[in-house]
Design a protein around this ligand. Structure first.
Ligand SMILES: [Zn+2]
Length: 640
């Protein structure tokens, strides 16, 4: 385990993998993605062994997923051979990720063949390889001590994007498909180095004056989508420069944003030290309005290279992928990244300052109207992270979800504005980041763990304050209301008005992942365009009328359901005594319900409080001189 806050071990660790590689022959892994259009991956693996019993394993706890998501159930066709002869194996009775074999006398290399049935991040035209799908290596050995040398075979003509170092002259500007060989690394680093491949592939360099080098690699389902807009490339180059100013260090030898644009390959945002695996819909970045819903994705995942990958909570890091990764500090790992991802998106021009505030309002309102906060702390959402991800939306507001992301965002905004207030805006969270994220200076990919005491000590280096109590009150305690202090210290106030912000309307029109009919702050239901209710706000007007998730609205006030009919009924009921009448279907039953709600439509936004310090707009100003992005035509522009 790597310990925090000690410079000497950092220096030693930098050289450790190289020494070990020199001492031990690497595993040779030949990944074969040539069957990707049929959603099958294969691998031939040569594992150095000594005679006697050997236990091999595939990864279970996947870094960044914070869950035991290793796809062992999809790994199939496992055959071990020595010198061409099949060797029997037996799965471990308790750890189902492990395979036991006995190596005969005189044998030094074990051959393994495995296939993986791939269910996500794949289409007819592109594929993503996260290495847990094909890795097999000795169990019970720290993964940073196991050398491995990969190669990747892809269909004819397909391009490859990865942070791995090619050793046979792969040219991303002229991809030919076939096999590419990569320099030896460790199992820990290979697991952290995904590969994207596709027929429609482009690699674009970013911020060419910055070292180390940065690229964005794109694969798409159609050729026109893989040509990114010049404005987006300018904004991403600004992002690269902004991270230099904000984090004052880099912890990679090269950085690749890996981006898939596909309506079938699925959404993704998975951080790695030297790359990130990002997946959005086919049109996710096709114009500034579509981009808005995804505007913090790339800045968030990139920020993780510092906050999460380089600096890792002590209990989230394990030396093998077999051990549980504990989540109690995810409000730092994810929460501070959520804050910085949005702030740096605004500083880089990926969204405007207005859009930043509109989206902060949506996020803060969502947390403030989350009744589950009456029983569950933010810290508990982090500790329970591995059982909260991807949960059922029914009563999610009472259960709470992975709220440590957005709660953490408000916490770090509160911390940033508190530092500014205490120092008359002479210092900010940037001073903390220069200490916390840049400890050890520039490094290659490396993991340096931390605990809460180090956070408190580093904050105290910026400005003396009772940071321990500050954290305890906001993170560990039960708080019936969201931490809106950062917004207020930033010179703004969360309010509700009868018209959605322009950003909320833009996202709804672009059909982004956050779109929908927003009646959450009025009658208190989440409902889609077909009338299906996915959640009912605990103690809200619809809850009092006994509506429940899973019902479908058939009619409202005598009209067949539509989003407009619902909004019209809410508007009409304002200030009147008559309740809103609903006809609801649940399974094969139809019922009536009346919602007694008379306050009209309510949508969150931030308004400026005159005469207060405008820290919020200081925070979202660029730290570097931004390159201007070219003016563009916007589709789906909502009317003012
Ligand atoms: Zn994240």
């Amino acid at each position: 385990m790597i310990h925090r806050n000690t410079l000497l071990p950092i220096a030693l660790l930098l050289t450790a993998p190289a020494l070990l590689q020199a001492q031990r022959a690497p595993i040779q892994i030949a990944a074969d993605l040539s069957d990707a259009p049929r959603k099958l991956y294969h691998a031939e693996i040569e594992i150095p062994v000594t005679p006697g019993p050997v236990t091999l394993t595939t990864p279970k706890w996947i870094p960044g997923n914070h869950r035991p998501t290793g796809p062992v159930d999809d790994i199939t066709g496992v055959v071990f051979t020595v010198n061409g002869k099949v060797l029997p194996w037996r799965r471990d009775d308790e750890d189902l990720y492990q395979f036991h074999v006995t190596i005969p006398a005189g044998v030094t290399t074990l051959h393994a063949h495995i296939d993986c049935i791939v269910t996500a991040r794949i289409s007819q035209k592109l594929a993503v390889l996260e290495w847990e799908k094909l890795l097999l290596y000795p169990a019970h050995t720290p993964v940073k001590e196991i050398p491995v040398q990969p190669s990747v075979k892809v269909p004819e003509g397909w391009g490859i994007g990865t942070a791995l170092t090619p050793t046979d002259g792969y040219d991303p500007q002229n991809p030919k498909g076939g096999t590419t060989h990569y320099a030896a690394t460790t199992v820990e680093q290979l697991e952290d180095s995904p590969v994207i491949t596709g027929e429609y592939f482009h690699e674009f360099p970013l911020a060419p004056e910055v070292t180390p080098r940065h690229y964005i690699d794109v694969v798409a389902d159609s050729p026109e989508d893989s040509q990114l807009r010049p404005a987006l490339l300018v904004e991403l180059s600004n992002l690269v420069r902004e991270t230099g100013a904000a984090y004052n260090s880099r912890h990679y030898n090269v950085y690749h944003f890996l981006l898939t644009l596909s309506d079938v390959a699925g959404g993704e945002g998975l951080e790695h030290g030297q790359s990130s695996d990002n997946g959005v819909g086919e049109k996710g970045f096709s114009d500034p309005n579509h981009q808005l819903a995804e505007s913090d994705l790339l800045s968030h995942e990139f920020t993780h290279s510092w906050n999460g990958k380089y600096r890792r909570p002590f209990n989230l890091y394990q030396d093998t992928f077999a051990k549980m990764q504990e989540g109690s500090l995810l409000w730092v790992y994810e929460g501070m990244t959520q804050y910085l991802g949005n702030v740096l998106a605004a500083r880089s021009g990926l969204k405007s300052q207005d859009q930043y505030r509109d989206m902060l309002a949506m996020s803060a309102a969502n947390l403030d109207y989350k009744p589950g906060r009456d029983w569950r702390s933010t810290e508990d959402t982090a500790i329970a992270a591995s059982i909260l991800r991807g949960g059922n939306p029914a009563w999610a507001n009472w259960k709470r979800g992975q709220d440590y992301y957005q709660e953490g965002e408000l916490f770090w905004l509160d911390a940033d504005t508190t530092i500014r207030k205490l120092t008359d805006n002479k210092k900010s969270l940037t001073d903390f980041l220069h200490i916390f994220l840049a400890k050890g200076g520039n490094t290659g990919p490396l993991i340096v763990t931390y605990n809460r005491d180090e956070l408190i000590a580093d904050l105290n280096q910026v400005v003396k304050y009772d940071w321990a109590t500050f954290m305890h009150d906001r993170i560990d305690a039960i708080n019936p209301h969201a931490d809106l202090a950062g917004i207020e210290q930033g010179g703004y106030k969360l309010v509700f008005t009868d018209k959605p912000t322009k950003s909320e309307r833009t996202i709804a029109m672009s059909g982004g992942r956050r779109g929908g009919i927003d009646v959450w702050y009025s009658i208190g239901i989440r409902v889609n365009g077909e009338g299906n209710i996915t959640d009912v706000r605990w103690n809200g007007p619809a809850d009092k009328a006994k509506l429940f998730p899973g019902q479908k609205i058939i009619a409202v006030n005598g009209n067949v359901f539509s989003g407009d009919a619902l909004k019209e009924a809410i508007k009409d009921a304002k200030g009147k005594a008559e309740p809103i009448h609903f006809v609801l279907q649940s399974d094969t039953f139809v019922t009536n319900a009346d919602i007694d709600y008379h306050d009209g439509e309510r949508y969150p936004s931030l308004v400026r409080v005159d005469g207060t310090s405008d820290y919020l707009d200081d925070i979202t100003k660029p730290l570097t001189t931004p390159e201007k992005s070219p003016a563009e035509k916007k589709d789906n522009e909502p009317a003012d």
